[in-house]
Design a protein around this ligand. Sequence first.
Ligand code: SF4
Length: 523
Amino acid sequence: MASALWHTRQAARKLLDAEQGTIYRDAPHRVALLYPSPYRAAMSSLGYQTIYRQLNGEPGVAADRATLPDDVAGYRARGIPLFTLERAIPVGNYPILAFSVAYELEIAGLIDCLDLAGVPALAAQRTWDHPLVIAGGPLTFSNPSPLAPFCDLLLLGEAEQTLLDLIREAVALGFERRALRALIDRFAGRSGFYVPEHDRGQVPPIAAADDSLLPARSQIITPNTELRSMYLTEAARGCSRGCTYCVMRRSTNGGMRVIEPDRIVELIPAEARRVGLVGAAVTDHPRINEIVRRVLERGCEVGISSLRADKLTDELVGLLSAGGYRTLTVAADGASQRMRRLIERRTDESHLVRSAELAKKHGMHTLKLYLMVGVPGETDRDIDELILFARELVRIHPRIAIGVAPFVAKRNTPLDGSEFAGIRVVDSRLDRLRRGLRGKVTVRPTSARWAWVEYMLAQSGPEAGLAVLDAHRKGGRFGDYKRAFAARGVEPTGPVARVPSTSELIALRRARRQAEPVKRARA
Ligand code: SF4
């Protein structure tokens, strides 16, 4: 065990040595900031990085990171506890554990982190001398309910302000464990805070951070991440469009907020060599070309997280090519023109053809399209149309790749409550697509089975979280999940209204209008 621990600490040391921007802070109170996926994913998460910087800027508080180990089984077998990167303190010794959870399948990672920290996974089994377990992150925009059995408190929606509100009160109480337990009761029922023990299934509305707290951006730059050595910054938050399957649509997020180019550029650290512009719909930013040009003028490579095919121009693709882009990635989302219309996706075939032409003209190695199969109303004929269309595209650009994800209905969207198409149906459509494009176009699908698990979690309540725990204890295979959902009687419950009310949205917009220097785009 001692030598295993030594090797684990050495590996952590190596990660830290490769980082720029790590914060080592002395403070009377410490929070462990946990990510329930491995380090590579954690350091690509803008929300996680932003909260790390924010907490470390708070008087009296320091935040240390811990991520899900790559080798959870090895940790378990050798009895190695999960410890924080900056301080090498066992996570179980911290008074507050704060998780950032991106999506449903990370709930298993959250359970692993608690196990390795020696903290009972179920909130009901913890006592006042255990750490307080809180969670936030993208999953809370849609359905936080399956997280409820594991958390003392959930921060719903944008957590920049709500987390600080909580932490400031915790500091005032000296981070005393018994007092912290009493403190969370005071937040029950407040917008943006969900205390499962008190709110009993009544999930409050999500919170929106004040514009003055934007943009979210990297604190740490590291080569050991999915987006190697890239500084990430929001260029816009939310989206002004209304695609019916999307949690980021205008009616859930109150429209799109754009960040002024000056603000984006002035915040880029001098040492950054690669800059990623992040947001739900960055190419909808009215001054996107100017931002890309100014980043290039600083001598940086540039990347964009979300290219909308209908917004690509010769100038923008030319700038991206000059900025090191080699794969042009756009979302098509529906398999056919009919499906794209049904889900209110503004992209049409002419935009995708244009994307292929621009990718070719500007020397991009690959054009990658993202889309969903199994959307309600889809038939095999839509897949056949996709096959014909992809064959046309490949005549324009020789390297086309298609990433396919099975459709999963999310809460707070118009398609909430739609059934999963079925594992067999999804697999047969993926198979049809692969056969139709064999040797011509690369097709990269994600698993239909795990999409079904995601669907069960996206559409169910706390009992689905308990089923994850059961399945995980049995080994975490697909069959374990299937049996656990059946044994717990997990049934997708259909639409649950938790979209902010009109008056909440108006108040939200009014608050945003007052904030400078961030400006708001019209929804
Ligand atoms: S454009 Fe993208 S982010 Fe905006 S609503 Fe549609 S899918 Fe969501």
